[in-house]
Every structure is written in structure tokens, then in C-alpha cells.
Design a protein around this ligand. Structure first.
Ligand SMILES: Nc1ncnc2c1ncn2[C@@H]1O[C@H](COP(=O)(O)OP(=O)(O)OP(=O)(O)O)[C@@H](O)[C@H]1O
Ligand SMILES: [Mg+2]
Length: 225
């Protein structure tokens, strides 16, 4: 029996193709990075490999620490393929559009982001497409190709700022969404206490990241970036 059994295509984007299937009988997806025609092939191959290796390394590290990311089950770096646990559910963008969200869900989104940050990882591409809401309404963060280990406040503040901008631009009718996300972000530190050291140093506390977010927002307001 083949370990991987292929089903339907779920997504075809500029960077990646995602196909649904099973891995040893369990719901899985295959994510393949696509070559990008407009870049030089050598540069393209090395960028692809770098982003994929990054995604694999940090996703596995986060899963090990209990953060809400899919389990990675198989990788093929040469072929640019990852097989991972399929999260049954839909991206936050759809949940908001269909008006299926509530306060608790948005608070839990904030907590999920904070779990990454408590483990010294910033996401790097925190859009409402990259936050999946599973069948039990738990948020799961995916697509960590641009994430990095981080100890400086700025990267964490930027993650929250990016999400804020997206919520404002794409979901203007979802009032107060970001306030709820930030409430959850702070509440997790109140529940769990100070973050534990990660390899490389101490991740910053939620209250300091929130102060930095305010500074970033002022900077953008007065200087446009
Ligand atoms: N583990 C998963 N379980 C369920 N669905 C997934 C999973 N991983 C990815 N998907 C689906 O595939 C989509 C694209 O995946 P992902 O965000 O990782 O790729 P991407 O790098 O953004 O691709 P592109 O940049 O080409 O759009 C997601 O928005 C989600 O709908
Ligand atoms: Mg994505």
C-alpha cells in the first residue's frame, strides 16, 4: 500500500499547490512549492528550498512545544514537498465573511498567535488565510515559510500590525475584532505567566509587544511606515 493517497486539489497559488489526501489512512495535505517563472532558476531553487526548510524546521519546533500548528509527517526537500496533518475546517477569512465568528473565537485567535510568540517565533505572513479554524473552532496557524526565530519586539509587533491592517481592510464590518484578538494575546500570559526561555534567549512579554504595536501604529499614522 502507498503511504500517500492523493485526493482533490485544495489550493493553487503563486507559491504553492496544496492537495488533499491521506497519509497512512489519516487526513493529510501535500504542499508543493511551485517554481516561479520570472526568477532565475538557480535563485528560484535556492529561495524555494530556504523557505521550505524554514517552514519545516519552525513548524516542527512549534508542534513539539505544543503550539497550534499542523503536525508534519513527511518531507522531501529536493522535490519541495511537505505532507502534513489536514486541518478540517476553514480559514479565518471565510469564517469572518460568513459571519460565523464570535468573541470567544477571536480571543482564541489572539491566544494562538501568542503561543507562537511565547516560543520566540514570529509568523511573518499573518493573514486571515493563514489562520485555519478547525472543526472544534480551535485556531491553527499555517504557512510558516516567512517565519523566523525572534527575540526583538519589532517582529512580534509587526505580526500583530499586519493582522490588524488585514482585518481593517478586508473585514471592516467585523467591528472590534482586533481588540478581541489583543485581549486573547494578553490573557494567555496572565494564564501561563512569563514565557519560558527558548534557544537564543527570552521571548518578550505580551504587554511589551502590545506597547510596541502601539508605537508601530503611531509611526505608520505619522510617517506612513
Ligand atoms: N494543513 C492544512 N490543512 C488544511 N488546509 C490546508 C493546510 N495547509 C494548507 N491548507 C490550505 O491551502 C491553502 C494554501 O496553503 P499555504 O497558506 O500554506 O500556502 P501559500 O504559501 O500561501 O501558497 P500561495 O502563496 O501560493 O497562495 C491554505 O490557505 C489552506 O486553505
Ligand atoms: Mg498562505
Amino acid at each position: 500500500m502507498q503511504a500517500w493517497s492523493e485526493g482533490e486539489r485544495l489550493h493553487l497559488g503563486a507559491e504553492a499547490e496544496v492537495i488533499s489526501g491521506t497519509w497512512h489512512g489519516r487526513p493529510a495535505v501535500l504542499k508543493k512549492r511551485r517554481p516561479r517563472g520570472w526568477r532565475h532558476p538557480d535563485l528560484d531553487a535556492s529561495l524555494t528550498k530556504k523557505r521550505m526548510t524554514n517552514e519545516i524546521k519552525l513548524t516542527i519546533w512549534l508542534a513539539r512545544r505544543g503550539a497550534p500548528v499542523p503536525a508534519i509527517w513527511d518531507v522531501d526537500i529536493e522535490e519541495s514537498k511537505i505532507i502534513m496533518e489536514r486541518i478540517e475546517g476553514k480559514p479565518l477569512i471565510e469564517v469572518l465573511r460568513n459571519n460565523e465568528h464570535d468573541e470567544e473565537l477571536l480571543i482564541n485567535v489572539g491566544k494562538a498567535i501568542r503561543e507562537l510568540h511565547r516560543n520566540a517565533v514570529n509568523h511573518g505572513d499573518l493573514s486571515t488565510n493563514n489562520i485555519l479554524i478547525d472543526k472544534n473552532r480551535n485556531p491553527v496557524l499555517i504557512d510558516l515559510g516567512l517565519s523566523s526565530r525572534e527575540y526583538d519586539l519589532e517582529g512580534f509587533g509587526i505580526d500583530l500590525h499586519v493582522l490588524h491592517e488585514i482585518l481593517r481592510a478586508s473585514h471592516p464590518d467585523v467591528k472590534g475584532a482586533m481588540d478581541l484578538v489583543l485581549r486573547g494575546y494578553q490573557e494567555l500570559d496572565e494564564e501561563l505567566g512569563k514565557p519560558q526561555p527558548a534557544p537564543g534567549g527570552m521571548p518578550p512579554e505580551a504587554k511589551d509587544v502590545l506597547k510596541r504595536l502601539e508605537q508601530i501604529m503611531m509611526r505608520v499614522r505619522y510617517h506612513g511606515g
